[in-house]
Design a protein around this ligand. Structure first.
Ligand code: FES
Length: 327
């Protein structure tokens, strides 16, 4: 039996049958709903059901808690419709078409333990994306997700930040074997981690190479002369793990931007502690803020819990891009 699924934002609709999951049905209908693992473990496809009956298959309870279930949250990749359904996906806008494309490696730079890979796009093909989205690199038969680290205002180029990880097939390749002019195929753009259209002050919170999509969004803000108040809070294990920090003062000259770098080191000019320690110490009311967070799942979950329960953040104003290292 077929049902109708409506997404409140943008009044988009697609059809689904009771046997297929909502995410697959949406993607088939060319509606690029937020997603990551497609297997119920990353939480990227979590959203709220405003109306309708849903059946959920087994999923990871750390990304969809019993509280979430009580509040009508579901994982789209594990949900099937048992009636017509209305979904609430804050900030959702149907993105650009997902394409599989070739690219040519233009440059490979190593900064600390991060490879900055620049890919040149074919001149005869159009690839459009929003600042903050990600692509899947197709390498040795597997897909590995990386955020695009530049804004679309830099035409014809995709920049990726890849932290070196021993045993990580693509990160090893980026560090040791990829060469300039080599062809890499990728699929994208994907994801819904994009700047919302409002005037609320922003906390951008990231760890490690979670900086990449925030860099893209900040570049976009520079291009648009956007003067929204932004506080970038970036955490790394050591002070040496920060990279590309030379661009921060330039952004601060052009944006209403404050920057705090957090590390375990006792180093001058850095906050000693985790990003969440700093936020707990510094803020007591985030009810007017939006948070954009990118990094490891534990940081994102911790931040979400602290901000929404202790610091009065409206849960609808928490936007996250969780990354799990791929092998
Ligand atoms: S895409 Fe649904 S939980 Fe990861």
């Amino acid at each position: 039996m077929g049902y109708k699924v409506t997404i409140e934002q943008g009044s988009l609709e697609f059809s689904v049958n009771a046997q297929e999951n909502l995410l697959n049905a949406a993607l088939q209908a060319k509606i690029n709903l937020p997603h990551g693992c497609k297997s119920g473990s990353c939480g990227a496809c979590k959203c709220k059901v405003i109306h309708g009956d849903i059946e959920l298959e087994e999923y990871n309870k750390t990304v969809l808690s019993d509280d979430d279930i009580t509040n009508n949250y579901i994982l789209l990749c594990k949900a099937s419709a048992q009636s017509d359904v209305i979904l609430d996906i804050p900030g959702f806008t149907n993105g650009f078409p997902i394409k599989t494309m070739p690219s040519k490696i233009e440059s490979i730079d190593k900064v600390g333990s991060v490879t900055i890979l620049k890919l040149k796009l074919p001149a005869n093909q159009i690839f459009e994306f929003y600042a903050g989205q990600y692509i899947d690199i197709i390498y040795e038969g597997k897909n590995r997700s990386y955020s695009i680290a530049n804004s679309p205002t830099t035409k014809g180029i995709i920049e990726l930040h890849i932290r070196y990880r021993q045993g990580g097939v693509f990160s090893e390749a980026a560090w040791h074997t990829l060469t300039v002019n080599q062809i890499l195929r990728f699929k994208g753009p994907m994801g819904n981690f994009t700047l919302q259209n409002s005037n609320n002050p922003i906390l951008m919170v990231c760890t490690g190479t979670g900086f990449a999509p925030l860099k893209a969004i900040l570049e976009q803000m520079v291009a648009e002369k956007n003067q929204r108040e932004v506080h970038l809070i970036w955490g790394n294990f050591t002070a040496e793990d920060f990279y590309l920090t030379d661009i921060l003062p330039n952004w601060q000259n052009q944006l209403s931007l404050k920057v705090t770098l957090c590390t375990n080191d006792q180093a001058e000019g850095y906050y000693t502690g985790m990003v969440t320690d700093y936020i707990q110490e510094t803020f007591n009311d985030l009810s007017q803020h939006e948070i954009y967070a990118c990094g490891n799942p534990a940081m994102i979950e911790n931040l979400y819990n602290i901000a929404s329960s202790q610091l009065k953040l409206d849960k609808r104003n928490f936007y996250s891009d969780v990354f799990t290292p791929s092998i």
